[in-house]
Write a protein that binds this ligand. Sequence first.
Ligand code: SF4
Length: 468
Amino acid sequence: MSGPREECGVFGISNHPEAARMIYYGLYALQHRGQESAGIVVGDGPDLVGHKGIGLVSEVFREDNLGKLRGSSGIGHVRYSTTGSNRLVNAQPLTILCHRGPLAMAHNGNLVNAGKLRRQLEEEGSIFQTTSDTEVLGHLVARSRQKDFLEALEESLQRVEGAYGYLLLTPRLLIGARDPQGIRPLVMGRLGEAVVLASETCALDAVEAEFVREVEPGEIIVAESEGGGFRSIRLPVSPKTARGRSTGLCIFEYIYFARPDSDLEGANVHLVRKRLGRILAAEHPVEADVVCGVPDSSLSAAAGYAEASGIPYEPALVKNRYIGRTFIQPDAVQRTLGVRLKLNANRKVVEGKRVVLLDDSIVRGTTSRRIVRLLREAGATEVHLRIASPPYTFPCFYGIDTSTSTELIAARKKVEEIREVVEADSLGYLSVPGLLKAIDRGNGHCLACFTGSYPVPVPVGAGKFALE
Ligand code: SF4
């Protein structure tokens, strides 16, 4: 809830008579990964046709525009804008037309060398349509001297650095590519003869596709639009990267981004979050009457904290799920009303009680303070804030919306000072060893926002790609 925001979810399918409709359902299941824009592109004979818009999947797609997207393969995207502003031109999938034919791209992640590559490409004559880093890959493919499209793509992917789960579509092929460190997730499923690629397994469930496996770090999956086959190509990986094992899956996928019914690296996200809560209870015990979590991402950790501590769990905070983009924002005088409309405390649950409040992370501290106040106003006598991750101290350059450490309260203040800012009676963060113990997958992970150790070197100026 007060954690960072992820920017994108991707979903693609090949060889299915209702490709657009399946993508629509898949994007619905990935809506939590981005609410700013949504789009679908499908292959229709020699052409690619699509529709995209600003807003939620339900706001962008209706029967009339979805019905026009005929084709057996396609890709879709939901976006929360980080790199490039939230204008329709930056909504994805992006489609370009070059001498190789039409190409559509949908990207989850961020390229740390996009600015440098873009400058080089522009000097060589490329004209960009968008301010998004995603387009860089399309220009690299278009300009590659390799005759074969897949060889051009392979060469281009070796030039981009950073985090990506890319889906690409040509009239003949659906392609998924995951970055060599496996920072961003990408999974593969089967729906009869169709190949499905998605950011999370919950999207496979949404279309009743069977989970096959995760796309491996540095792997490119190529599926024919017609016919159910697929093949795998591997990018060269760093010597540290064992085949099939991630060295850098974003740890925040477990903490916050992924839906609790998704699996990551074979582990169910809800169960991992429960373990975060259990370990947190052992690391930061407190005497209290009630445990609650900030909906939705912290409910599993709250359940784990309650189980381990023996303090009863209660849904003390209730989130309104129906506030869309068209919600008329209150003016300054009515601001508290707006806050209450989005999140309310259940007075009968907390009145006269000592409350343990679980949250996934603290970014700026303002959201946490607002929720602590909400509980006190509802009658809580004490509010003990427990964070199911270590202090968020370093910015992310791989696709999350914090690109400077000045935004991060833990980069400037000690835990006790943060406690004062958020007005809690006590504050406890999960330790890094506690976090790793809860996840326990045997793979490496990106922990850079807690440790400052970035799995892909971050060039000066990375994360500052937007040119507006
Ligand atoms: S820096 Fe943090 S948010 Fe970014 S990929 Fe790494 S763990 Fe995830």
